[in-house]
Design a protein around this ligand. Structure first.
Ligand SMILES: [Zn+2]
Length: 583
């Protein structure tokens, strides 16, 4: 491909609305252009990368016996009402009413559609195990689309669904997909960690996320500093401390509870500073509304409530923070002064870490007032103890109990779930077993954010000059750079090499633009093609051409007649994984 003929607009300036480095590079290197918030056009250069990733995904899915199909983006809303997810996805769903006044959904995912299909087409145990997948566009009306294709409203996903006769069958299918995912991400050049994850609104009992560590990642994961334990914050356990519930020592007279005036002071930091106490002694009381009923949720000052855990504990479909009005009605106090002492008539859920604690400080359910010296056992009527907080940096690893936890930011590129019968039950998908008895089909689902792989890769693989593509997903393999297009000898040499590469089926970009050499160098580094072939006047006069590897910056001068065999050798080396470092 000649650069003069391809739509590859590079930019010198950093686009104003791009924060994440991957977003900046995708715009500057001409991979994408924004149409509107969270919606992007893929230009030819970007599409070449996508096609390579999709090829890798197809090879790995097919090698596990999965079959590709293509499901529609338009889905009838009734299917989502039947599965009970219409409400759960809420405003993330993009819906429209058609001319027959029927409500439709632009598919954010396809569990409902595939289950409806399989319900009709799979009736016998003989037809399973079955794994079906597609690579297709999904739609989600994100509240805050950002970071380019990392969180967009329209994106390409690979979604696979497994159908099995029983749980052991699902375990086999799940392991196959898990292994295929590891190979896919490795081949795409990603450094990733599979972590234990929450199943959330997808349902089921077991789930793993594939996370790419990156500073701009929107997810946080907890990794043990010693053992293999890694989990999402929604999943990482904060177990009940094993010292158990303290029994009260009645020989000592308890301190009586005291109200203290804290005018206008309500945040944990401010109250701790005002009362000269450690924030660890503060007890946060957060009022939620679960299915129209208020619930008081208690955690320690330095801890955060983890809403995914709380939803699991409450088995809630509809949990939200209470409004100021509800807080006032529930506690008789304005926002910021809620506390558990004397709070009656509502459920009080307390985090395990508060068990047996004394000397705590909490809101007094009175404006501008806190209570000190609270004893959890003596003074608080806890209705349920549970793990409802997020794990913190340096908390003890719940798996090995030997080392601390390290919290890291990451980007989720894949997610696998053991769904069980959640969808086959609600949509009535059964099969007849060997005895002719009807059973629920057991299901798993497996997603990869195809467009997000590009962003995640770029977060990990760039330098100050631009992108560093790996061999496997680079849009081209070689770029030819004649430095002076007015020089006939240089252009003739470049044309010859270009033709030889095409004959060898090498994906080559020929920078035939009549621009300054400095611009060509900058653009070549920005777009990140692995091998640069630089043809300059001085070198060529001595029969020499320069080869540069983008990744290492390493350069080598080659006799002009030896360029093609040298590059073919380099390509052989680069195709091997991991890529070699030198020429
Ligand atoms: Zn550990």
């Amino acid at each position: 491909m000649r650069w003069s003929k391809i739509l590859l607009p590079t930019l010198k300036e950093v686009p104003a609305d791009a924060e994440a480095i991957s977003h900046i590079l995708m715009i500057r290197a001409g991979l994408i252009r924004k149409l509107t918030a969270g919606v992007y056009c893929y230009l030819p250069f970007g599409l070449r990368v996508l096609a390579k990733i999709e090829k890798i995904i197809r090879e790995e899915m097919n090698s596990e016996g999965a079959q590709e199909l293509l499901l529609p983006a338009i889905q009838p809303c009734e299917l989502w009402q039947k599965s009970g997810r219409f409400e759960a996805l809420g405003e993330d769903m993009i819906t429209f009413t058609d001319r027959h006044k029927k409500l439709n959904v632009l598919g954010p995912t396809h569990e409902e559609v595939i289950t409806a299909l399989v319900k009709n087409e799979v009736n016998s145990y003989r037809q399973m195990p079955l794994i079906l997948y597609q690579i297709q566009t999904k739609f989600r009306d994100e509240a805050r689309p950002r970071y380019g294709v990392m969180r967009s409203r329209e994106f390409i996903m690979k979604d696979a669904y497994s159908f099995d006769r029983d749980q052991p069958g699902l375990d086999v299918s799940y392991d196959k997909m898990y292994d295929a995912y590891c190979r896919i991400f490795k081949r795409c050049g990603l450094e990733f960690i599979p972590v234990e994850a929450d199943t959330g609104i997808m349902g089921g009992d077991t789930s793993h996320e594939f996370m790419v560590l990156a500073g701009s990642g929107e997810d946080k994961i907890a990794c043990c500093k010693k053992c293999e334990y890694a989990a999402s914050l929604d999943k990482a356990e904060c177990p009940e401390p094993d010292h158990g519930q303290r029994t009260i020592d009645h020989s000592k007279k308890p301190e009586y509870l005291k109200d203290v005036s804290t005018p206008g002071v309500s945040s944990v930091e401010d109250v701790a500073a005002f009362l000269k106490a450690s924030s660890d002694k503060l007890l946060k009381t957060i009022i939620y509304v679960n299915a129209d009923k208020p619930v008081a949720v208690l955690v320690r000052g330095g801890h955060e409530v983890n809403e995914a855990k709380l939803i699991r504990v409450l088995k809630s479909n509809n949990l939200e923070m209470a409004s100021a009005e509800v807080i006032k009605k529930t506690t008789n106090a304005p926002v910021g002064f809620s506390g558990p002492v004397g709070l009656t008539g509502i459920e009080i859920i307390a985090d395990y870490s508060l068990k047996g604690s004394r000397g705590l400080i909490a809101g007094a359910n009175k404006a501008d007032t806190h209570i000190i010296d609270i004893d959890m056992k003596r003074d608080v009527q806890v209705t349920r103890w549970a793990d409802i907080r997020s794990i913190k940096e340096n908390d003890l690893c719940p798996r090995c109990n030997l080392a601390g936890i390290n919290i890291q930011q990451a980007i989720e590129v894949g997610h696998v779930f053991k769904l069980g019968t959640k969808y086959t039950q609600s949509l009535g998908a059964t099969y007849l077993d060997v005895q002719g008895k009807a059973n629920q089909i057991i299901m798993g689902c497996y997603g990869i954010g195809v467009t997000r792989i590009i962003a995640a890769y770029l977060e990990q693989n760039h330098d100050d000059c631009g992108i560093i593509w790996p061999w496997a997903i680079s849009p081209f393999q070689v770029i030819i750079m004649p430095l002076n297009t007015d020089n006939k000898e240089i252009m003739q040499k470049a044309e010859n090499i270009y033709k030889l590469f095409i004959d060898e089926n090498i994906e080559v970009l020929f920078d035939d633009r009549d621009i300054r050499a400095g611009m060509k160098f900058k653009d070549a580094d920005l777009i990140g093609i692995p091998i640069q072939i630089i043809i300059g006047e001085k070198n060529l006069a001595q029969g020499i051409i320069e080869i540069k590897l983008r990744k290492t910056g390493q350069r080598e001068k080659i006799k002009s007649g030896e360029v093609v065999p040298k590059v073919l050798k380099l390509i052989d080396d680069l195709q091997a994984y991991p890529e070699p470092e030198g020429i």
